[in-house]
Every structure is written in C-alpha cells, then in structure tokens.
Design a protein around this ligand. Structure first.
Ligand SMILES: [Fe+2]
Ligand SMILES: [Fe+2]
Length: 234
C-alpha cells in the first residue's frame, strides 16, 4: 500500500513549527476570566438553563480546566509510549528516529504547556477544583495494554485535537485569546503526531492478520471485564 505520510515529511513540518511555552502563557499573557475558555460545542453549558449567564461562563471555564487535565493526563502516557516505540527502532532510518524524537519532545513541551495553564487557572479562578486520578495509575493501566491498541487510542486522541480546533475553535471569536492560542498551537504540532501515529499503527500491525488483531482486542476487553466485575455487582 502506498503510504501518504512519511517520516521525512513529518519531521520537516515539525521543524518549521517552532513555538515555546513562554510565547503562549506567562508574564502579560494571562487568562481572561470574563471570557469562555472552550467553544460551546465542547463545553455544552447553555442547555443548563437553571444557571445564569455568569454561572454558565464559570462552568465553561471549569470544563476548560477539565480539558487541560485530560490532555495533560493522556500526554503523560503518550510520551513514554513513543519513546519505547522509538528505542526498539533506532537503526535503519534516521528520519524515523528524528521524527519520533521530535514527537516525544513536543509532547514533553505540551505536558509543560498544559501544566502552566493549570497553574494560571488555579491562580486566577479563586476556588480550588478537584479532579479524579491519579494520572499515573491511569497511564499505567493504559500502557499495560497491547501496544497496537495503545497506538490506535493515541491516534484517535490526536485526531480529536485536529477536529476540536478546525470544527469548533478557529472561527470562535468570543474565546479567551490565551486559551484559544493554546488550542491552536497544540493543533499545529498534533497534525504531525497524527501522521506519525498512523505510521506507528502500521508498523505494529505489520505481519498480523485481521483475525489475530481481533483476538488481541478480545483478550484486552475480556481482561477489562474481569477487572470491572466486582464493581458491576453494585
Ligand atoms: Fe500534545
Ligand atoms: Fe501529540
């Protein structure tokens, strides 16, 4: 099958995009708490008519914080997964090694970016917002799965960032400019990640029949069901 994406192409695009966390948040770049952080299609606060306008905006901002935590969390398992994938394939293709190392470095930067935004949120919001976790336990559970399943999950997550920005964010002029900038800069680098994920999925699926892949999937689903069984009794 002819491959639409290449390691050299992803690397070249990645090298052209070059932003720093400090360019997006910190100093005079502050969150504006008079504006929503997420587009309505993601925050979905307006159907909650028992909330006033200001309360809906506050809930929108809390959902923005949820977005920061969710992506911070997934990036924490994407980073080690990409490094492990690369480590086993250091020989043979210099572009592949460099493209994956660039990918990993960008995810480390994104972890930093999302953390910096959370700090800014917590400093400006005024009320602590608790989250479930811990993220390490979730990462550990995900990384224990079959690598092909993890790679497919990561591919879907990176596609999701593309749809979020293109479908809902880029034309929304009411959002807080800093939050919008975060989503834009993330989208710019995730476009390369989605291509590299596709190549990673293909590499992990190579030589496996469709039946074998389905069997792996069923094994993971069964393991999940067994672990959940005690909770289902309630
Ligand atoms: Fe990312
Ligand atoms: Fe990514």
């Amino acid at each position: 099958m002819k491959q639409a994406y290449t390691y050299a192409g992803a690397l070249a695009a990645s090298e052209r995009i070059n932003w720093r966390v400090e360019d997006i948040i910190g100093g005079d770049k502050r969150l504006d708490f008079t504006r929503p952080f997420l587009p309505e299609s993601l925050a979905r606060v307006t159907p909650l008519t028992f909330l006033g306008q200001a309360e809906q905006r506050t809930l929108n901002q809390i959902r923005g914080l949820g977005y920061l935590y969710t992506f911070g969390l997934v990036e924490e398992f994407i980073l080690p997964f990409v490094l492990d994938h690369t480590r086993g394939r250091l020989a043979g293709d210099d572009y592949r090694v460099r493209a994956f190392l660039e990918f990993a470095s960008e995810e480390a930067k994104h972890i930093h970016l999302f953390r910096r935004f959370r700090e800014e949120f917590e400093a400006g919001f005024g009320t602590p917002c608790a989250v479930i976790g811990p993220p390490e336990a979730i990462a550990q559970a995900v990384l224990a799965k079959e690598p092909l399943a993890v790679a497919l999950t990561i591919l879907h997550i990176e596609w999701m960032t593309q749809r979020h920005y293109i479908d809902s964010v880029q034309d929304d002029q009411g959002l807080d400019p800093q939050f919008k900038s975060l989503l834009k800069h993330h989208w710019m680098e995730e476009a390369q990640h989605a291509k590299l994920d596709t190549l990673m999925v293909q590499a992990l699926a190579e030589g496996r029949s469709a039946e074998e892949i389905v069997r792996l999937w069923e094994r993971d689903v069964e393991a999940f069901r067994r672990r959940r069984a005690p909770f289902l009794l309630y």
